[in-house]
Design a protein around this ligand. Structure first.
Ligand code: AMP
Ligand code: MG
Length: 369
């Protein structure tokens, strides 16, 4: 059922660009001092006390962004034993699925010829299968084969002119989950020459899920994992209260950040204020609509909650592409999924973008009083 959503507001346009890069970090970021010049490895696997008894945190870089893990544990040694396998799992996801690593499964697939079956790891296979499923659920709004379109837009950015219809049409011929063949377990084949896969819209979420899994296996029952704004919480905090996760408004200086109170849940935020590119004067989202070939332009920010982070991550990308009506319908059709969709009524360049915020009913219930 499509519900009526509320809270309309108009926001002042801001000029800062870089400002938005830190937007989606949750509450703990500010509380974690950087570890200075300690060795990278040491920093990665060694937790720090946070000032809250029994609460430890580690901050590290992975998958091209900042990540951190917070755990409750009896002591630092135990906290380390929780966190180490979780970080290992995240790094393994990066190793297997990075678009930018030649030797990753995705690198191997992207350099394979159409019609050749490539063997991939169990994990990559699983995420690919989920990606194809998410492409189906979202009507192709989320689609890991969108990548040739990104190349067209990268060229447009370099040349400073918008791409022609022919360029986009040529790329669109290689886009669509139907070009991916999964002939048997752990085997993948590209159907169409020139196609390219990028799991950038889903892999961080999957990595968060893997980290939570490893934390649980290690005996941890209370944790928060965040990879660049894709996060999940395990259980409640050590004091048995729900986790409080801050979701910053992309135009944070205009609107107060809002806080969600959650347990055993994943939260993902996608937004064009965090990452974008320009062609000439025009600014475009890094999320591309695989149905039209054009960057998404009416949804500046989306936050999704879901039982797992892979789902939340893929849906956040999809909801950035879909129009609000489609997005709302999608959220309402999925059990355990809630969302906040920001809609821009006027072009991004205009002084008054006429931002309208839509909340699903369940999302409102997660907002801290
Ligand atoms: P997110 O970080 O979840 O906002 O997703 C953005 C990333 O997903 C981009 O940086 C691309 O790597 C990728 N991406 C962009 N558009 C799409 C799309 N329509 N479907 C799947 N992945 C996408
Ligand atoms: Mg995503």
């Amino acid at each position: 059922m499509i519900r009526e959503y509320h809270k309309t507001m108009t926001m002042r346009k801001t000029t800062a660009g870089l400002f938005f890069i830190v937007l989606f970090a949750s509450f703990a970021v500010a509380a974690l001092p950087l570890t200075g010049c300690r060795r990278r490895e040491e920093r990665r696997t060694t937790v720090r006390p946070t000032g809250v008894p029994g609460r430890f945190a580690v901050r590290f870089e992975t998958m091209g962004t900042d990540a951190f893990i917070v755990v409750y544990a009896p002591d630092a040694a135990r906290a380390d034993s929780y966190v180490a396998p979780a970080i290992g799992a995240i790094e393994n996801v990066d190793r297997l699925m990075s678009f930018y690593r030649q030797e990753s499964d995705i690198g191997a697939l992207n350099s394979s010829e159409a019609g050749t079956v490539v063997e991939v790891s169990e994990e990559t296979y699983k995420v690919l299968k989920e990606s194809v499923r998410m492409a189906g659920i979202t009507g192709g709004a989320f689609d890991p084969t969108y990548t040739p379109l990104r190349d067209v837009w990268r060229r447009a950015q370099d040349e400073g002119t918008l791409p022609g219809g022919k360029q986009l049409d040529d790329a669109l011929e290689k886009v669509g989950a139907e070009h991916i063949v999964l002939p048997e377990q752990n085997h993948v084949m590209f159907k169409t020459e020139g196609m390219l896969l990028d799991l950038g819209g889903i892999a961080k979420g999957y990595a968060v899920d893997r980290a939570i899994e490893e934390l649980q296996l290690a005996g941890c029952s209370s944790a928060l994992v965040d990879i660049g704004g894709y996060m999940a919480v395990l259980g409640r905090r050590g004091d048995q209260r729900k986790w409080r996760v801050e979701v910053r408004d992309p135009r944070g200086e205009v609107n107060e950040p809002y806080v969600l109170e959650v347990e055993d849940m994943a939260i993902a935020t996608s937004g064009d204020y965090a990452r974008y590119f320009t062609v000439g004067e025009r600014r475009f989202s890094h999320i591309i609509d695989p149905r039209t070939g054009w960057p998404a332009d009416s949804i500046p920010s989306v936050t999704v909650t879901a039982p797992d982070a892979l789902t939340a991550d893929a849906l956040a990308t999809a909801l950035s592409v879909l129009d609000v009506g489609e997005g709302v319908e999608l959220i309402d059709s999925l059990p355990g999924v809630e969302g906040m969709i920001m809609e821009r009524k006027a072009p991004a360049e205009e002084e008054d973008e006429g931002i309208v915020i839509h909340y699903s009913e369940g999302f409102r219930r997660l907002l801290a009083p």
